[in-house]
Design a protein around this ligand. Structure first.
Ligand SMILES: *Cc1c(COP(=O)(O)O)cnc(C)c1O
Length: 483
């Protein structure tokens, strides 16, 4: 059943609020300058008038229609939809943290500053980098920041002819977008038959106009770039820098560092790897960490620990400047810090091991029914293909994804990366139990069986949701957002 809008529930005179008595003198507003006639409202705004119970039931019903990690498995590859401990939520809701103002004198915000300072230190050791910034508010924003630092570095060193950024074709779409926004030319790099960077193609494209290679490792096929040390030597030998897309650090955190792999600058997605509920657009956090080469170019202000406590440092002529208001999404930073403290280095390693084990377990159980074209062993995620189902029974990856919704699962990422036809990219994360993983696999196997006998019901799925199969192309090409 569809849910009416609040305005449809409106009845004149109903209300769900009560204000405290006015404690200003009557007529106080007479003294205020009044708005010009042309700007003031001629009749009252049409706002919904509803009772408290109407509001509560409306939003509770809407919340029941939504799928989240808290009500079912969410194997959305490349997004790391892991469980976010309630402890982090509880602490991020404490008034000591929510009621603080970013412009308060630093002598009154030492606690918050220590959270940020310690978080930068922890992220530095997790990534093998020397320092970083917490300002960027999303992964893409971190990419923008890191690439801007690379640009400034080459301008400063008299090499502004370095205008090309090399990006493997399997990369996340934000990589080429961030490079283009920074004014770089994007040069695609091919993948070899194992799904790795094609070294010959890379060698042929590295030259004195190359600024950077942007790499995701493990890549979006869930595979570790075996030749990473060779790649980083090649890139540095050509005078270019190496950028690491660390949005999905789940597979390697505590086990290996981008620093040891030879990367110069990286971004992390705290909202994926380090415990912040996400989806639907934020809030996020995409810290940028870098080595000593790029450290002078980090955004300002930086935080420094002095004899008199934590202070902001603004000076640095090479800094690219500020990239967000104040210090980024502080409460996301706080959740990440709580997560790291609570897990400890052993816990973080254990999470990485379980993320990899869970992905390999699910992949191994599915592989004989759904081919996995790249890699027998994966890291935190893998990409299977529904191409045979499509050929034999006309059932596409999208049909399988929609059928999963009816069974209580969020669909995996679809049709990405484009190297795999009819792709479903699955990332179970470390959060799920063996029983949940088995139920998920059994459900997918049952859907594959159903393709043989009842493919029509798959092509028209989902059947249990408020709205059924949507025309996704039309929704994009002809959006009609009017009420
Ligand atoms: C999610 C993701 C990004 C982008 O992060 P946003 O916070 O959505 O901007 C970049 N790269 C990879 C590999 C990702 O998975």
């Amino acid at each position: 059943m569809s849910e009416p809008l609040l305005i449809d529930l409106s009845k004149a005179g109903r209300k769900a609020y009560c204000f405290p008595p006015l404690d200003l003198p009557r007529g106080f507003d007479q003294a205020l300058p009044s708005l010009p006639e042309s700007l003031s409202r001629q009749k009252s705004a049409r706002l919904p008038e509803v009772a408290e119970l109407d509001v509560v039931r409306h939003f509770t019903r809407l919340s029941n229609m939504v799928h989240g990690v808290d009500n079912g498995m969410y194997p959305l590859g490349s997004c790391t939809m892991k469980y976010n401990p309630k402890l982090s939520e509880h602490i991020a809701g404490m008034s000591e943290f929510t009621q603080i103002h970013p412009l308060q004198d630093v002598s009154t915000s030492q606690g918050c500053l220590s959270v940020m300072y310690n978080l930068i230190e922890d992220l530095s050791s997790i990534t093998g980098m020397s320092w970083g910034t917490l300002q960027p508010c999303a992964g893409a924003h971190g990419e923008y920041t890191g690439l801007k630092m690379i640009r400034s570095y080459f301008v400063k060193n008299g090499q502004s002819q370095r205008t090309k950024v090399l990006i493997p074709i399997s990369a996340h779409g934000t990589n080429p977008a961030s490079a283009a926004v920074n004014g770089f030319d994007v040069v695609p790099i091919a993948s070899d038959e194992q799904g790795m960077v094609d070294l010959e193609d890379l060698a042929s494209k590295l030259d004195e106009t190359t600024a950077a290679l942007m790499l995701t490792n493990p890549n979006t096929l869930g595979l570790f770039e075996k030749h990473i040390l060779k790649i980083s030597a090649m890139v540095h030998a050509s005078g270019a820098l190496l950028y690491y897309d660390g949005a999905n650090l789940n597979a390697i955190m505590g086990m290996a560092t981008p620093g040891d792999m030879g990367f110069d600058v990286i971004h992390l997605n705290l909202h994926k790897t380090f415990s912040t509920p996400h989806g639907g657009g934020g809030p996020g956090s995409g810290p940028v960490m870098c080595n000593d080469t790029l450290r002078p170019f980090l955004p300002k202000p930086d935080i420094e620990l002095t004899d008199s406590g934590y202070v902001y440092r603004w000076d640095d002529e090479d800094s690219i400047g500020k990239v967000s208001m104040f210090w980024g999404n502080f409460l996301v930073l706080l959740r990440a810090y709580v997560y790291i403290l609570r897990m400890g280095s052993e816990g973080i390693r254990a999470a990485a091991r379980h993320a990899v084990l869970n992905a390999n377990y699910v992949a191994a159980r599915l592989a004989s029914t759904f081919p996995i074209p790249y890699g027998k062993r994966c890291m935190h995620e893998f990409v299977l293909s529904c191409a045979t189902l499509k050929e034999q029974y006309g059932v596409s990856a999208q049909d399988v994804a929609k059928a999963l919704i009816d069974e209580g699962y969020h669909p995996p990422t679809m049709y990405f990366p484009s190297l795999v036809g009819e792709a479903l990219m699955i990332e179970p994360t470390e959060s799920e139990s063996l029983e949940t993983l088995d139920r998920f696999v059994d459900t997918l196997l049952a859907i594959a069986e159903r393709a043989k006998t009842d493919s029509e019901s798959l092509r028209t799925a989902p059947h249990t949701t408020v709205v059924g199969r949507l025309d996704e192309v039309r929704a994009v090409k002809q959006p009609d957002l009017r009420y």
